[in-house]
Design a protein around this ligand. Structure first.
Ligand code: MLT
Length: 213
């Protein structure tokens, strides 16, 4: 397969050949206005031996890349979200054969808009991810039928003082993932929408305690 068949701008970083073998691949999904470079240092810090697939969202909002359209802050274009979720899922399937990573050990690491599309992937295309680290995620949509996520592990890292994601919103997302039977944890951070060093520590600890992923 040619790299040009992979129709999202992205970076793939194979594991360091000197590093200890790791099956894990991290799928990095940036926030609004970010790009495929943003979360690479975070991915390397979370799992130094993992492969990394870092993707740039295709939707532009005033020139800022995103993973799906929104009508306003926190109000999503659900039809576009569904189409973009499927498009990203197909890209991940093609990437796993092009770069030969094991799609059964793919963990999404998403921030803000990237966390929202990762949550949408879990709910709409559960075969794509083994689990997810979601920083400052919201409810992407409410599924009419809950998927079975009993084999998935998810951590939600939410900010107590986040002006974009309310406490109720974060708790609704926890409730949805609980209904899917996933192994989900919500950890409140003493912060706003921005990421903090405590987020990184919490995500790293979670990843280490889920080393069977
Ligand atoms: C979204 O649009 O996905 C959320 O409002 C988060 C963000 O500001 O990107």
């Amino acid at each position: 397969m040619k790299d040009t068949d992979l129709d999202f701008i992205h970076r793939f970083i194979p594991p360091d050949s000197n590093a200890k073998e790791s099956e894990l691949t991290l799928l990095l999904l940036h926030g609004t206005g970010g790009n495929e470079d943003d979360l690479i240092p975070l991915g390397k810090e979370l799992a130094p031996n993992a492969s990394i697939l870092s993707v740039r969202g295709k939707v532009l909002e005033n020139g800022m890349p995103r993973f799906f359209r929104r009508l306003e802050e926190g109000v999503f274009d659900i039809e576009d979200l569904k189409i973009r979720t499927d498009e990203l899922a197909e890209f991940i399937v093609k990437s796993s054969s092009a770069y030969m990573f094991d799609s059964e050990s793919l963990i999404a690491v998403g921030y803000s808009n990237g966390a929202n599309i990762a949550a949408s992937l879990l709910l709409r295309r559960p075969e794509i991810l083994a689990g997810a680290i979601l920083f400052r995620a919201m409810v992407p949509f409410i599924p009419t039928v809950m998927p079975d996520l009993s084999k998935k592990s998810i951590i939600l890292l939410e900010g107590l003082y986040d002006p974009i994601v309310s406490k109720a919103e974060a708790e609704s997302l926890l409730e949805i993932f609980t209904k899917t039977q996933s192994s989900v944890t919500l950890k409140w951070q003493n912060s706003g929408h921005n990421l903090t060093q405590e987020d990184i520590v919490a995500a790293k600890n979670w990843l280490e305690s889920n080393s069977d992923l």
